[in-house]
Unconditional design. Structure first.
Length: 153
């Protein structure tokens, strides 16, 4: 399941955004551009993401953020990874700037997929080698291969 999601994921090797809000906009625009989202659904998705962030920062530490929501705006799981060389202030729990953003959108009925993705990404965030290689990966192919190397299913 995770392998399929990674293979269809949208990868951004150089986020240009300097702020959290701009990064989310850039990531959603990339997903839209790749046909993973419908334009008319963007306002609802942005609202849900803002509501989730208001509950507590999705900056989970070690330079990683995982904005994530369950929403009727998608029919299947959507994963977008954005990489920022400069780092973005995400109010992360450890106070560090975020260099890797995993955006997860899943249908409201996809609880197991949602939890599996969160567990997988959490393990990546704790892996110093993964973080180092992800931060340095400046080509989409390299980044996708790195992600696939860490899929166990």
């Amino acid at each position: 399941m995770i392998r399929d999601i990674v293979e269809s994921s949208v990868l951004i090797t150089a986020l240009g955004a300097a702020t959290q809000a701009a990064a989310v906009d850039e990531i959603l625009a990339a997903a839209l551009g790749e046909g993973r989202l419908a334009k008319g659904k963007l306002p609802a998705i942005k609202k849900k993401l803002a509501e989730r962030e208001a509950l507590g920062s999705t900056g989970i530490g070690n330079g990683v953020a995982v904005p994530h929501v369950k929403t009727d705006a998608v029919a299947s799981p959507v994963l977008v990874l954005g990489r920022s060389a400069e780092g973005i202030d995400w109010s992360a729990i450890d106070g560090r700037r975020v260099h890797v953003v995993f955006l997860i959108l899943v249908p409201t009925t996809a609880t197991q997929e949602h939890l599996a993705l969160l567990r997988w990404i959490s393990s990546l965030a704790r892996d110093a080698d993964f973080r180092r290689f992800a931060k340095a990966a400046d080509e989409e192919k390299v980044l996708r291969e790195l992600l696939l190397e860490h899929v166990k299913d």
